[in-house]
Design a protein around this ligand. Structure first.
Ligand code: ADP
Length: 264
């Protein structure tokens, strides 16, 4: 196993992180950032020290969700991650670029190098959980990110519309070949609750997530509906106020990880 065996994973002398969790998806737009931030909020709510490393360099949305703007402070020791309102530490390309509207047009190797620096050169301090919003897909960049960070496990995000089985299988094989366990799957855009009659509408078709998870022996960590209040909080930069109603089963899994590490 190439998993770190010590309780603390360090990247530099100022950083001690207990658990690094990657959040992956097969393609962009399935709500990977929303799920990453929801998991981070959940653990912060429970009193853990949490950070988010935004490795989705070409579509960085985490700083905006928490109303954070650059430039991040830096000195000879490293880069300091700004704090969201609920004390989550955040690092993202958007906190380093002079113009956050400008697109990132770098090629894969430069992007991978940047993500590595988010791990090695950022002064994360002491964290219980660092969530990594991974670049979508299973291409070159996500692969290098996988190899550069000491991931404890990954969470797969998919939507009912996806060819879920294929995406989950790809992520599963990538994680397996890197020796990283899959903690579970989150389905986003699962349904919409009619504001008038309360009926659940399966906007993107019926879900097959339980069936697929069952076949592959993976846990379903939650199903998130299309919730306009979440989109609104995210757009306003107020996501620190988003109450975690949907990913409650994820807590047990993440908390369990803490117990396993302590016993080692
Ligand atoms: P990704 O990181 O996979 O590209 P995002 O998390 O940025 O996707 O989500 C894409 C857009 O959809 C964002 O504007 C986000 O606010 C919105 N969104 C994602 N999930 C939900 C949800 N469950 N309910 C409402 N809006 C959502």
């Amino acid at each position: 196993k190439n998993k770190p065996t010590s309780f603390q994973v360090a990247s530099n002398e100022y950083t001690k992180v207990k658990h690094v969790i990657g959040v992956v998806s097969g393609k962009g737009g399935v709500g990977k950032s929303m799920v990453t931030a929801s998991l981070a909020n959940l653990m912060a709510e429970k009193g853990y020290r949490v950070g988010i490393l935004d490795a989705d360099i070409t579509g960085p949305s985490i700083p905006k969700m928490y109303g954070l703007h650059g430039p991040a402070q830096a000195d000879d020791n490293g880069i300091y991650p700004p704090l969201a309102e609920n004390d989550i530490k955040v690092m993202s390309i958007n906190l380093l670029m002079p113009d956050e509207e400008a697109p990132v047009i770098w090629r894969g190797p430069v992007i991978s190098g940047m993500v590595k620096q988010f791990w090695t050169d950022v002064i994360w301090g002491e964290l219980d959980y660092l969530f990594v919003d991974m670049p979508p897909g299973t291409g070159d960049v996500p692969l290098t990110v996988f190899q550069s960070l000491p991931l404890d496990g990954i969470v797969i995000v998919s939507s009912p519309q996806d060819l879920v089985q294929m995406i989950v299988k790809k992520a599963y094989h990538m994680a397996k070949s890197m020796n990283v366990p899959i903690l579970g799957i989150v389905e986003n855009y699962s349904y919409l609750v009619c504001p008038d009659c309360g009926k659940k509408i399966s906007v993107f078709g019926e879900s097959h997530i339980e069936e697929i998870a069952g076949k592959m022996d993976l846990k379903v960590l939650g199903k998130m509906p299309i919730d306009p209040s979440l989109a609104e909080l995210s757009d306003k930069g107020d996501f620190a106020k988003a109450e975690n109603k949907y990913l409650t089963d994820a807590f047990e899994v993440l908390h369990q990880l803490d117990r396993v590490k302590k016993e080692e």
